[in-house]
Design a protein around this ligand. Structure first.
Ligand SMILES: Cc1cc2nc3c(=O)[nH]c(=O)nc-3n(C[C@H](O)[C@H](O)[C@H](O)COP(=O)(O)OP(=O)(O)OC[C@H]3O[C@@H](n4cnc5c(N)ncnc54)[C@H](O)[C@@H]3O)c2cc1C
Length: 361
């Protein structure tokens, strides 16, 4: 799987400039995702996957996300959402839901987790014994490409996950996605009113989506994709310095040293966050706190790497189609994840309330 991920990531890197310009991922690459086995990789081996979402395979998943993040962060975002959705269905769904999602993914379907709401929110209403969705999802990546998303919806019992089967003609609105980066993620609004919800659609029970430590603890996955992009930036920085004969300059060496330390720091944290979530030895509060601190460390490392690389390469790194220009736009955009202040302060609060010494926290 690692070798196939490496090949896929190399193809994604080659196609990334055109995908960014067109704000659309090449269909050939989406087919490669299927043919490489990556699309099925998160399912258990018994149903055609390679178990990448299982607890003891998190370090391998981390390596795959880093590789794809180094190839094209937009594809890494879609892959991460797809893996997250499969993990949720495998954790909380029935055998029949897992089997039906696997059968569709094997035929080329993509999944995703669409949680973000507009002010009205998505809800399940029951009229005359029929339950159906009312509302839409916003900031939904893969809108128009994904046909088997997990969506969160409010219900009288609490928040539920629904595994949908959308037709390729489902109404999507990508007009608002004029973002600086991550342009080819097809992130937009999806109208879902009228979709019937029965037992086959509801995954798990109310409250499962945000159940800890999996909800916050899984943040290491997007950090891993972001780390891949950071690593690619540092490689491109070295290529630039070597090709210009500037690699011996002490100021540039200092920048290179800071970049190396930043990516290594992020990597230690991210791999440990993945290990802790996989092993569950630490307990939910500690796993979540560690993942929240990992988000903070990853963001800081990425901002430091981008600053050093842009200052070290100079104007060329701001001119299209230099890959550093695109990767910095993508990374800066993808770093914007929900409630970063709360993630950081919750982690600090967990330690304040813990009887453990700092070394044992
Ligand atoms: C490329 C991309 C793809 C995405 N794809 C998906 C997807 O497929 N599915 C999905 O569900 N979502 C998706 N999202 C949305 C994502 O999950 C978040 O909703 C979004 O990134 C939140 O960003 P934000 O900066 O607006 O967050 P916010 O949480 O609004 O944070 C912005 C700032 O406000 C602060 N803040 C937050 N709340 C408060 C408060 N109450 N009081 C004071 N300060 C506050 C934060 O700490 C931060 O400093 C995607 C986002 C990106 C960038």
């Amino acid at each position: 799987m690692l070798e196939r991920a490496r090949q896929f990531a190399a193809a994604a890197f080659e196609a990334a400039c055109a995908a960014d310009a067109a704000a659309a991922i090449d269909q050939v690459l989406l087919k490669d995702l299927r043919h490489s086995g990556l699309a099925m990789s998160a399912f258990p081996e018994a149903i055609g996957g390679c178990g990448l979402s299982e607890a003891n395979r998190q370090s391998e998943l981390c390596a795959v996300l880093r590789m794809i993040g180094a190839g094209d962060l937009s594809i890494a975002r879609l892959f991460e959402g797809h893996v997250n959705a499969i993990s949720l269905v495998c954790r909380y769904g029935t055998d029949s839901q897992i089997g039906s999602l696997a059968a569709d993914v094997a035929k080329g379907a993509l999944s995703a987790v669409w949680g973000a709401d507009d002010a009205a929110g998505l809800r399940i209403v029951t009229l005359g014994g029929r339950a159906e969705l009312r509302g839409r999802k916003v900031l939904a990546s893969g809108a128009g490409l994904v046909t088997r998303p997990i969506v969160t919806a409010a219900s009288p019992d609490g928040q539920l996950m629904c595994l949908l089967r959308l037709s390729p003609g489902q109404a999507v609105d990508l007009s608002g996605w004029n973002a600086q980066g991550m342009r080819s993620t097809a992130t937009g609004a999806v109208e879902l009113t009228g979709i019937l919800i029965g037992r086959d659609e509801i995954v798990g029970s109310a409250g499962d989506f945000m159940r800890q430590p999996y909800f916050s603890g899984g943040a290491w996955r997007f950090c891993a994709a972001q780390l891949g992009a950071m690593e690619r930036l540092v490689e491109l920085f070295r290529d630039h310095l070597v090709s210009r004969g500037r690699g011996d300059d002490p100021y540039q060496l200092q920048r290179a040293a800071h970049c190396l330390a930043a990516v290594a720091t992020a990597r230690f944290w991210i791999e440990e966050a993945a290990r802790r979530l996989g092993s569950e030895e630490a307990g939910a509060t500690s796993i979540v706190a560690f993942a929240n601190l990992t988000r903070m460390v990853t963001e800081r490392s990425a901002l430091d790497v981008m600053e050093a690389v842009q200052r070290g390469v100079g104007l060329a790194s701001f001119i299209r189609p230099h890959p550093i220009e695109r990767i910095c736009r993508d990374l800066a955009t993808y770093l914007r994840q929900p409630v970063p202040d709360l993630a950081m302060s919750d982690a600090a609060r967990a330690w304040m309330n813990s009887p453990n010494a700092v070394g044992e926290f």
